[in-house]
Design a protein around this ligand. Structure first.
Ligand SMILES: NC(=O)c1ccc[n+]([C@@H]2O[C@H](COP(=O)([O-])OP(=O)(O)OC[C@H]3O[C@@H](n4cnc5c(N)ncnc54)[C@H](OP(=O)(O)O)[C@@H]3O)[C@@H](O)[C@H]2O)c1
Length: 326
């Protein structure tokens, strides 16, 4: 597996997003099966694993930490914290204390004494990014984290945070169906030497071309509220799949692989983290690192993408509604 650098942190060119092993796409696999999938990803060369304190209320960190324990010094673990404003005491010392508690809990669940990449899961508009960055600097000095990042941050938030404690990577939604961050965030990452880690790089599986307009998503499956999976939108987005399938056929690759190869070609500091509960698909996704597009093929895709309208999206607001649904 090829390697890439996220502001100096070396990782496999494609990582493994572990969220779906505990939540988001149902049914989730049992612990033994999930552990097998993580080990399979490692055997295929994946050294970059993504989890978060929020996933299944910490259970995902426990699962990922336990699976990676035998190979801990050969892998990079990325996890994330969520922090609320403390209304009684908004001082930086109190923030440091609260973040330290979060970090200690994550370390315990992961069964490790350090995390290579620790992201703020969402920038909290009530807490200055500079204060969070200062606290991350403290944890780096203490050796508890090796680097830090932000998720879904704006270009301005990235610049401000990076001035206080340099960022390792930004993790945000990015795929052929969600390209808003191309405008300013990816250019700012390039300018400042920060890595960019696309989450949902296959648009929650839509870009694999395996989604059926008649599929009904139930329970706590996120695709129930992600509007690109509305029946009408699945049909309206067919031109995008046609484009991807055309290149997949020409390159003897799959649609998912073309979708990943496209973003790998875009910039060498982009490291996607597709997720799957299926061993064949994990192999397929990691195999995308070997699907190389020529500059001409890449430009053709870019030109065509610019002319294709995208229908539906994925928003935090829609996902919040999922929790209310039975
Ligand atoms: N920072 C954040 O706020 C945030 C938000 C969301 C996700 N994330 C992270 O990003 C990771 C990836 O996100 P994601 O899981 O939404 O990414 P994704 O890879 O775009 O979507 C995963 C979905 O696509 C399907 N899929 C994956 N590969 C496939 C293939 N080759 N063929 C057919 N279907 C395929 C999976 O189904 P099967 O399981 O059935 O294969 C699953 O339903 C997560 O695991 C998590 O670690 C972060």
């Amino acid at each position: 597996m090829k390697k890439r650098k996220l502001n100096g942190l070396e990782v496999s060119a494609i990582g493994y997003g572990c969220m779906g092993l505990s939540q988001g796409y149902i049914p989730t696999p049992g612990k033994e099966e999930a552990t097998r999938l993580i080990h399979q990803a490692f055997d295929l060369g994946c050294t970059f694993y993504d989890t978060a304190a929020r996933y299944a209320m910490g259970a995902n960190e426990e699962l990922v930490g336990a699976a990676l324990k035998p190979i801990r010094n050969k892998v990079v673990i990325a996890s994330k914290f969520f922090i609320e404003k403390n209304n009684e005491d908004s001082s930086r010392d109190r923030l440091l204390q609260d973040l330290r508690t979060n970090l200690e809990h994550s370390l315990k669940r992961l069964g490790t004494d350090h995390i290579e990449l620790y992201y703020q899961h969402r920038v909290n508009k009530d807490i200055p990014v500079e204060d969070v960055a200062y606290c991350m600097g403290e944890f780096i000095r203490e050796g508890k984290i090796r680097g830090w990042g932000q998720s879904q941050a704006t270009a301005d938030e990235i610049r401000r945070a990076h001035t206080v404690t340099p960022l390792t990577a930004i993790q945000s939604e990015y795929s052929m169906m969600a390209r808003a961050f191309e405008e300013d965030v990816i250019p700012v990452c390039e300018e400042l030497g920060i890595g960019f880690v696309p989450f949902s790089p296959l648009a929650n599986g839509f870009l694999s071309g395996t989604v059926n307009a008649d599929t009904q998503y139930t329970g706590q499956d996120a695709r129930r509220v992600i509007t690109r999976f509305n029946k009408d939108n699945i049909i309206a987005n067919q031109p995008l799949l046609d484009l991807i399938n055309q290149f997949a056929a020409a390159k003897n690759a799959t649609a998912a692989q073309i979708s990943l190869a496209w973003m790998l070609h875009k910039k060498d500091f982009i490291v996607p983290i597709p997720g799957s509960r299926n061993p064949d698909r994990i192999k397929e996704n990691l195999g995308a690192a070997d699907v190389e597009l020529t500059d001409i093929e890449y430009s053709r895709i870019e030109d065509a993408l610019g002319k294709i309208a995208i229908h539906g999206n994925r928003t935090d607001e829609d996902l919040a509604k999922l929790r209310e649904l039975k």
